[in-house]
Design a protein around this ligand. Structure first.
Ligand SMILES: [Zn+2]
Length: 98
C-alpha cells in the first residue's frame, strides 16, 4: 500500500505527515503511532514504523477522519470501534492486494 501525501475524505483533503515521536494527551505514556487532527485536516504517522504498522495506522486514522466527516462524533472517538474497523478493512485491503 502506498502512503499518499494527502487523502480526500468525503471532500475534505487531509494532509498526511510523519513525525518522530507523535504524542497525544491522555495516552498512557503520551506516545502514539499516529493521530488525526480534524481541525487542521491532518493525519500524523510516526516515523520509522514498519510497513504493516504504518499501513494499519493509516487505515485506523482514516476511520477516525471518515466517521468525523460523516458527523458521527460519538463513533469517531470510540477506539474499540475504530480498532475493529481497522482490523477488518486492513484485512480486506491485503486479501484483495489493494
Ligand atoms: Zn485511534
Amino acid at each position: 500500500m502506498k502512503i499518499p501525501n494527502r487523502i480526500d475524505i468525503l471532500g475534505v483533503m487531509y494532509t498526511i505527515k510523519f513525525e518522530n515521536n507523535p504524542k497525544v494527551i491522555g495516552e498512557p505514556d503520551g506516545s502514539v503511532w499516529g493521530y488525526t487532527s480534524y481541525e487542521s485536516a491532518s493525519i500524523i504517522l510516526r516515523k520509522g514504523l514498519k510497513k504493516q504498522q504504518r499501513e494499519k495506522t493509516l487505515v485506523h486514522e482514516v476511520m477516525h477522519a471518515l466517521l468525523h466527516e460523516m458527523g458521527q462524533f460519538e463513533y469517531c472517538a470510540d477506539e474499540e470501534l475504530i480498532c475493529t474497523l481497522e482490523t477488518g478493512i486492513y484485512q480486506i485491503l491485503k486479501d484483495n492486494e489493494l
